[in-house]
Design a protein around this ligand. Structure first.
Ligand SMILES: NC(=O)c1ccc[n+]([C@@H]2O[C@H](COP(=O)([O-])OP(=O)(O)OC[C@H]3O[C@@H](n4cnc5c(N)ncnc54)[C@H](OP(=O)(O)O)[C@@H]3O)[C@@H](O)[C@H]2O)c1
Length: 294
């Protein structure tokens, strides 16, 4: 199959492009200088020439503070961009796989959100991503909207300027004797490599629609940091902080755990507990039930 990956030099886009290429697909890896999702003519020109069967959109403006400062640009990239891709995908008869976010929810539920929960974004980023989802869902039937959360991977996150949370913790541990991390924001840290594999599995079916796709389980950022230091045998004084200690300029959900309900109902959930994804990312052996490394 010919697959066009939009945002192909991003943190997730690179792993998606690699996963499809390793599967034997013909991958057209499109970076920002080759396609501008906010410009319909650019989207049409590039994709009509390539005639892909599947378009995977990982492009986004997701720096939350930037989105708040520049809501028009955020709407153009996160809402009109997916609309342009959906219009073109529809006209070309291609499947559109569009990546979305946990930041659509306000966090007040306090238990994992599934695909039937009603979104209520707290900020511009979440609102523009939600509008993008609606544009996709209303424009083309052959779509997958894939919501994920807390991404980390071996490639830099371009929108957030480099280091992912794991690398940031390890860097801080090299520079300081103490690190303080918030314990009252709960997420499901998800490895981009695992998500890319999940996207590959999803495109093999024709059950189009909305899917949550995050690592199994959940933790606070503090729990995540503790696990990083434990599995890497890093000696550091890890202190608990509250989100009030680092007042955010932009409201964010305190709880944004997603349940992969639709994937599980179809027997297609390949995402493992977040601890397993972290160990793979760090290249650390897993422990089996007997305590032996595997
Ligand atoms: N990172 C997370 O923790 C997280 C959590 C939940 C959901 N998500 C979603 O996951 C997806 C992938 O995120 P990521 O972490 O891989 O982001 P990333 O590393 O910042 O990659 C985003 C890519 O989009 C490209 N791009 C931005 N604006 C564009 C435009 N107008 N036209 C064409 N390309 C454009 C960027 O290129 P340039 O850098 O060259 O502009 C970059 O290659 C996004 O949809 C995001 O909303 C991310």
């Amino acid at each position: 199959m010919r697959i066009a990956v939009v945002g192909a030099n991003g943190q997730l886009g690179r792993d998606v492009a690699q996963a499809f290429a390793e599967n034997g697909d013909e991958v057209c890896a499109l970076i920002h200088s080759q396609i501008e999702v906010t410009d319909f003519d650019s989207v049409w020109r590039v994709l009509a020439q390539l005639e892909p069967q599947v378009i995977v959109n990982t492009a986004a403006m997701h720096h939350v503070e930037d989105c708040e400062r520049e809501p028009k640009r955020a709407f153009a990239v996160n809402s009109l961009g997916p609309r342009n891709l959906a219009l073109v995908a529809r006209d070309l008869g291609a499947v559109l796989m569009h990546v979305s976010t946990d930041y659509l929810f306000d966090g007040s539920k306090g238990s994992p959100y599934d695909e039937t929960d009603v979104p209520r974004p707290l900020n511009v980023y979440g609102n523009t991503k939600l509008a993008g989802e609606y544009f996709v869902r209303c424009t083309t039937e052959k779509h997958f909207v894939v919501r994920t959360s807390g991404l980390y991977g071996k490639h830099a996150c371009r929108g957030k300027g480099g280091l992912n949370f794991v690398e940031l913790m390890l860097k801080l541990a090299r520079e300081r004797v103490e690190v303080r991390v918030v314990a009252d924001e709960i997420v499901s840290p998800t490895s981009t490599e695992e998500l890319a594999q999940q996207i590959m599995v999803l495109r093999r079916i024709e059950c189009f629609g909305l899917y949550h796709a995050t690592a199994e389980g959940s933790c606070s950022w503090h729990d995540f940091a503790r696990e990083i230091f434990t599995v890497t045998n890093t000696r550091i004084n890890l202190e608990v902080a509250s989100s009030n200690d680092f007042p955010a300029k932009v409201p964010r959900p305190k709880y944004s755990v997603l349940e992969n309900r639709a994937l599980k109902l179809l027997g297609l959930n390949t995402l493992r507990p977040w601890q397993d994804g972290l160990r793979d990312y760090l290249g650390v052996p897993h422990l089996c039930a007997t305590g032996r490394a595997t």
